[in-house]
Write a protein that binds this ligand. Structure first.
Ligand SMILES: [Zn+2]
Length: 372
């Protein structure tokens, strides 16, 4: 992290979610939240709603459809996220080193998972570190050292000889790799589309599942019992029919499976929520999808699977921050927040139009040059 140059102190009067009461919030010249009056503060809101900085729990900075991208494109990606109010990103795998971002006070915070760990020729080209199972434990150790407390496995992908989705790793090998990560104090997540991989990885003690379209009622109950998190990437799942269409000629069984997973995805996620599985919003930006889709993802969680607007918003803000070990807006915390003119819980489309985004105490007005 770079040193914290003094910033213009700020003052806000607003309803600070998830609390209901309007209150005064001050930001000191170190960019910290305080309840005490700060001299010479600029009032940037005298009404409105304040949300602790949004979280995208699954995105990729430094990744595009063809693989890694340079720093200019990385900056464009993460600046787009900032301008939508996303100030904390859990990066779910990138083939390039993005640590330079940590030295930039004007760019969001990243929690990295190193590079995707994939089975040889069983993932999108140029994305992952491609290995065979006998190297999984040592590769987890390597990626744990590159990340910020997370490791990302590709849990399943098409196995061409079978013509269908299949787990990338024998269950016992995956279990050993997860155990090793836990010894190192690192959490593990996995890309899982199908039923078998998610059942095996949850039973092996994995910490989180990405996509999770194969979560049956039985697995959902297991996840709830073990507190395994789920990032269902609803916008990405909307692309499944396209993926099936592209594959149908060469791999009809796979295409039919993907279509079936898509058809069941609303009901399965609904059942997982009912079972008590903790769900967080992730856009899967970078790669196939563009950055800046957090509002769409939160809206999808509300409209497609019936999370309340409050819960859907929490899954992209205070609940996700707590899960990732980051503060809300308590005194002493970095002022990472978003101001809206209307209550986003009354209409989640409000998330498309933040009035001001404050990161480390610096105010940004999306769509216009930086204020400070
Ligand atoms: Zn992803």
């Amino acid at each position: 992290m770079s040193g914290n140059p003094a910033v213009q102190p700020l003052h806000l009067r607003a309803v600070v979610l998830p609390d209901e009461e309007q209150r005064e919030l001050w930001v000191d010249d170190r960019g910290r939240v305080t309840a005490e009056l700060v001299a010479d503060a600029e009032t940037i809101a005298d009404r409105g709603w304040v949300v602790p900085g949004l979280v995208d729990a699954h995105c990729h900075v430094g990744l595009a459809a063809h693989g890694g991208v340079d720093e200019v494109e990385q900056e464009r990606q993460i600046s787009t996220d900032r301008d939508t109010g996303v100030l904390l990103l859990r990066d779910a795998g990138a083939p390039v080193d993005t640590h330079w971002i940590d030295d930039r006070d004007d760019l969001p915070r990243l929690i990295r998972a190193g590079r995707h760990i994939a089975r040889t020729r069983r993932y999108i080209r140029h994305y992952g570190e491609e290995i065979e199972p006998d190297h999984l434990v040592s590769e987890v150790e390597r990626q744990a050292a590159r990340g910020d407390g997370w490791v990302k496995l590709v849990g399943d992908w098409i196995e061409r000889e079978v013509g269908d989705l299949a787990p990338s790793w024998p269950a016992d090998v995956a279990a050993a790799a997860i155990a090793r990560a836990h010894e190192l104090g690192v959490r593990v997540t996995a890309h899982c589309f199908g039923e078998q991989s998610v059942a095996e990885l949850v039973a092996a003690g994995i910490d989180c599942i990405e996509h999770g379209t194969g979560i049956t009622d039985e697995v959902a109950a297991d996840m709830a019992r073990r507190s395994t998190a789920l990032v269902p990437t609803r916008v990405q799942i909307g692309n499944f029919p396209t993926y099936a269409e592209r594959a149908v000629e060469k791999f009809p069984t796979y295409a039919a499976h993907i279509r079936d997973l898509h058809a069941k995805s609303d009901a399965r996620l609904h059942a997982a929520l009912d079972a008590g599985v903790r769900v967080y919003a992730g856009t899967d930006a970078g790669g196939v999808l563009p950055h800046g889709l957090i509002a769409r993802e939160v809206l999808a969680l509300h409209e497609q699977v019936g999370m309340t607007a409050q819960d859907a918003l929490a899954s992209a803000s205070w609940a996700a921050r707590e899960w990732l070990g980051r503060p809300r807006l308590e005194p002493g915390a970095s002022a990472d927040l978003v101001v809206y003119d209307e209550d986003p819980r009354s209409d989640l489309r409000v998330l498309e139009h933040p009035r001001v985004v404050v990161l480390r105490g610096r105010a940004f007005r999306p769509g216009t040059p930086r204020l400070t």
